[in-house]
Design a protein around this ligand. Structure first.
Ligand code: ADP
Ligand code: MG
Length: 330
């Protein structure tokens, strides 16, 4: 069997079986948005992400400043999904010899501005020669043991909520790939080049104690929902017509895709938060959305595991999605 058959998540499941852990302070290893390590009353949250030129980004489409910010923000999103507070990060770079210095200085200005906005400090890293640009960030965050939300707490009957709108970043990427930014509002491309992590929202949800599970939507709504379902041992249905779409998205999506839901369901890079809570907590969810001025929409409900993940069409029909979202090797 090769990686094409196994896929990224199949490979991670194998790795999970090949390895074991021995330190009692480890509260969560492989299988969530971050690893969780207990030290006294506090816990450390650790996460890492890799960005590779021509796989995750194209130098022609974005400037190095926003690339630097994005490299940090995709890691911050995983801390947000746990309800933690980001603190320190290390960055390792692989760079080609002919890369102009202003590219790197601008990249670090972007990193610095992102770090300042969320109060995180760069504390080290590593540098090496490489044919293409490789960016790896390892981020450390802090949390309190009773105020963290894992992927694994969803219960049958819970409501499924998502913040913000979905699909904008994937549509933005599609527009850039088709080389058609002329005349198209910058807002659509912005969500791809410059996403924003939901740190404050993640903390508020985790500290509220009414939510049961949470994950960030980085690879696509369906695939990230499936990770939450798998870790919780449950199924779910998602109501297609409830999926929150921005006005810009609705105005432009038909020029780029016959299926308007394709980008929103499996596009990826939304960096929104997907979480579950018992249905009687709906009013509290609405209150939180209003007080933070962030839209939160109920898009479905948690069902028993045997139901799997199904989508309910506006007209009433149901289907099980074949392609869930972005997965490396597939
Ligand atoms: P996310 O999309 O939130 O970054 P991933 O899907 O990348 O999460 O990872 C899922 C889990 O698998 C995480 O706990 C991550 O640390 C772990 N993981 C990913 N790749 C590897 C690897 N090569 N070796 C060990 N653990 C891995
Ligand atoms: Mg994540």
């Amino acid at each position: 069997m090769d990686l094409g058959e196994l896929g990224e998540f199949g490979l991670i499941n194998r790795i999970r079986k090949w390895t074991s852990t021995s330190n009692p302070g480890l509260l969560k290893g492989i299988g969530d948005d971050v690893a969780v390590i207990e030290t006294g009353k506090k816990v450390w949250l650790v996460t890492t992400d890799l960005l590779i030129e021509d796989i995750h980004f194209d130098r022609r489409w974005g400037d190095p400043f926003h690339l630097g910010r994005k490299a940090l923000f995709v890691n911050l999103s995983d801390i947000a999904a746990m309800g933690g507070t980001p603190k320190y990060f290390l960055i390792s770079l692989g760079v080609p010899k002919n890369l102009p210095l202003p590219f790197i200085s601008s990249f670090y200005r972007g990193l610095k501005s992102g770090a300042k906005r969320f109060g995180v400090d760069l504390i080290g890293g590593d540098t090496s020669l490489s044919k293409k640009i490789i960016i790896n960030i390892c981020l450390l965050g802090e949390g309190r043991k009773g105020s963290l939300l894992f992927r694994s707490g969803a219960r049958v009957g819970d409501s499924l909520f998502v913040s913000g709108t979905l699909g904008d970043a994937a549509l933005g990427l599609n527009i850039l790939q088709k080389n058609e930014p002329q005349g198209i509002p910058k807002g659509l491309i912005k969500k791809h080049l410059s996403p924003s992590p939901r740190i404050q929202l993640g903390q508020a949800i985790a500290r509220s104690h009414w939510a049961t599970a949470m994950i960030d939507v980085s690879d696509g709504l369906l695939i990230d929902t499936s990770h939450l379902l798998e870790e919780s041992g449950v199924g779910a249905q998602i109501w297609e017509d409830r999926i929150p779409l921005s006005k810009l998205f609705q105005r432009w999506v038909h020029s780029f895709s016959k299926d308007p839901y394709q980008f929103a369901l499996s596009g990826g890079e939304d960096y929104e938060l997907l979480f579950t809570a018992p249905p009687e907590m709906r009013k509290r969810v609405s209150y939180l959305a209003r007080s933070l001025k962030i839209p939160i929409t109920q898009i479905g409900e948690i069902l028993p595991k045997k139901e799997g993940l199904t989508l309910v069409r506006k007209e009433g029909g149901k289907y099980s999605p074949s392609r869930l979202g972005f997965e490396h090797f597939k």
